[in-house]
Design a protein around this ligand. Structure first.
Ligand code: PAF
Length: 274
């Protein structure tokens, strides 16, 4: 695997790379990321990954400074997963001057769920992903479904701005007890880690009721919120939405149940497609 710190070096290396499959990350890689890389191998001639902790998508009181950075370990994992080129720019390379031109997702896509709790987050994500797409110019790009709203925003950005890139959503990888893998799981104390699978369990109950034909969306959401709160969580939302744009679902829509809740100081998100 060749590590590129500059746009020029990456572009030169990709000049005759054939079909490029690209998976952007912020590093601190786990089995979920590695599964993206392995799927990428089946989708292109050359697999490119990026590691860049993007300040633009973190709020002023969020964890940009303490976000885990494990570059040497990440490189070993990417190499083993068959990544040919890693783009790992520093901030000066990607943002040589303040980023005054940015991508603003539709209000209806950005102002809900995660976007409501994290103002500006999806603008930061869309802006850096648009830049990375222009730098790497992949034919296909892979994103985890764990960040379901991010995947939805990127799909819509690509469609509305005519990026010639296929977007592939990859299934969430879970620990044996059901907890969705996430870099932020590392913040959990042992007691919190033991409690954390409840988020996926409650989502599972809602998904099961929906599959059984329940249309009591509000009651299902409230029951899951109450169950989490009763076990010491501070839930932000449990929401039954339609998959394509995460607006409130009607019976018959392909649906997804999404949740965000704080356990101690750690905010976890998860979702299940129905
Ligand atoms: O999902 C992530 O790790 C980030 O949001 C992404 C897509 C790499 C953009 O910084």
């Amino acid at each position: 695997m060749i590590v590129h710190n500059t746009i020029a070096s990456l572009r030169a290396a990709l000049a005759d790379a054939g079909r490029v499959a690209f998976a952007p990350t912020m590093g601190n890689l786990h089995a979920g990321h590695i599964s993206l890389m392995r799927q990428a191998r089946g989708l292109g001639d050359t697999v490119v990954a990026s590691i860049f902790v993007n300040r633009l998508q973190f709020g002023p009181r969020e964890d940009f400074d303490k976000y885990p950075r494990t570059f040497a370990q990440d490189c070993a994992l990417l190499e083993e997963a068959g990544v040919a080129h890693l783009f790992a720019p520093d901030e000066g390379e990607l943002y040589p001057s303040p980023q005054q031109y940015q991508v603003y997702p539709a209000d209806a896509h950005e102002g809900i769920l995660e976007g409501a709790s994290r103002p500006g987050h999806f603008r930061g994500v869309a802006t850096v992903v648009a830049k990375l797409f222009n730098i790497v110019q992949p034919q296909v790009a892979l994103f985890g479904k764990k960040d379901y709203q991010q995947l939805m925003v990127i799909r819509n950005m690509v469609r509305e701005l005519d990026f010639p890139i296929g977007i592939v959503g990859c299934d969430t990888v879970r620990a044996d007890d059901g907890l969705a893998l996430s870099s932020r799981n590392g913040y959990l104390s042992p007691l919190e880690r033991a409690e954390a699978p409840r988020l996926a369990e409650e989502l599972g109950k809602v998904a099961e009721a929906l599959r059984a034909g329940s249309a009591e969306f509000g009651a299902l959401e409230q029951a899951a919120v109450a169950a989490l709160a009763a076990h010491g969580w501070q839930p932000d939302y449990v929401a039954i939405r339609r998959q394509t744009d995460l607006q409130p679902a009607q019976a018959g829509d392909p649906m997804v149940v999404l949740a965000a809740a704080r356990l101690g100081n750690t905010r976890l998100i998860d979702n299940l497609e129905v």
